[in-house]
Design a protein around this ligand. Structure first.
Ligand SMILES: Nc1ncnc2c1ncn2[C@@H]1O[C@H](COP(=O)(O)OP(=O)(O)OP(=O)(O)O)[C@@H](O)[C@H]1O
Ligand SMILES: [Mg+2]
Length: 272
């Protein structure tokens, strides 16, 4: 059954994001549930996308496992079905995680190997993305000479995140943390993109989120390398100079199929 909204009575909901609902377990743990909500231009649409939350969760689980050697993460290993009441298991099964409650680092950490989307617009206007000088004459959707880190400052709900330079990231979070999230983002993106290509998918770019634990350790959190946080392109349809079309998010069944196809190809599994 698709889930647009969750309502656990046994725990306190502390956040409703565009896609996930977060409940507090205690001072240092959260239960984060991926619903089937979909947003377009930061507006949540009325119709749930079947299986979407489960796909997001399964892909995130897959990538956490695959990339765990690169960076510490927020996983606790606690089974979400064990922390809710019996009549709430249906709302969490296969679509949630019990995570360490971290202090979010207020920067969206984008790793990019191709020039598309907002990055393409910035490049056309200035020849750079987030202060990174790029070669002249790149075509839309062209592969970059090497993956780059293009951070954005997280803004309040309802407003768009703003691209910033690495120097501005240093101003916001300090040199040590800025360097760590940059280096992790590039390494995570590079490893994931290499793997995805063997499965016929180009990961043009992807957004990571990091947080600090009680000891000040930087950990990877949130969702990882999903269709919501990334641009996935079918490699056999890739063309320099052409931006692959995005599916109209209102096309419910088609969108659902696309999410499941990404999971099947990348992780070799399905949700139903
Ligand atoms: N381990 C964690 N500790 C604290 N916050 C987390 C953790 N993992 C994820 N989050 C936060 O939980 C929320 C997940 O919900 P969702 O992705 O739906 O939000 P969103 O609409 O993208 O909102 P936001 O603009 O806050 O990112 C995000 O705000 C994300 O930063
Ligand atoms: Mg999010």
């Amino acid at each position: 059954m698709p889930i647009l909204d969750t309502s656990l009575h046994s725990l306190k909901r502390i956040y409703r994001g565009k896609v996930r609902d977060s409940y507090e377990l205690d001072d240092d743990k959260l239960l984060i549930i991926a619903t089937d909500r979909i947003s377009a231009f930061d507006v949540i649409l009325d119709d749930p996308i079947p299986y979407k939350g489960m796909v997001l969760q399964a892909l995130t689980d897959f990538w956490f496992e695959k990339l765990k050697g690169i960076v510490p993460n927020h996983l606790t290993g606690i089974d979400p079905t064990t922390v809710v009441a019996e009549d709430e298991v249906d709302q969490v099964k296969g679509r949630s995680v019990v995570a360490m409650k971290l202090k979010p680092i207020p920067i969206e950490c984008v790793g990019r190997g191709y020039i598309a989307g907002g990055g393409w617009k910035d490049y056309q206007a200035t020849g750079k993305v987030c202060g990174v000088e790029l070669p002249a004459g790149l075509k839309q959707a062209q592969k970059l000479p090497q993956p780059i880190f293009t951070p954005a400052a997280k803004k309040e709900v309802g407003t768009h995140d703003e691209n910033i330079s690495f120097e501005q990231a240093v101003q916001l979070v300090g040199e040590d943390v800025a360097r760590q999230i940059r280096d992790y983002s590039i390494e995570l993106y590079t490893r994931a993109a290499e793997y995805a290509l063997t499965k016929g998918i180009i990961i043009a770019d992807t957004k990571f989120e990091f947080g600090l634990d009680k000891d000040g350790v930087v950990r990877l959190m949130d969702e990882v390398l999903t269709p919501d946080s990334s641009r996935f392109w079918p490699a056999d349809q890739y063309n320099e100079g052409i931006a692959p079309r995005k599916e109209n998010p209102g096309a419910r069944e088609k969108t659902s199929q696309k999410y499941r196809e990404a999971l099947r190809r990348l992780a070799g599994r399905d949700v139903a």
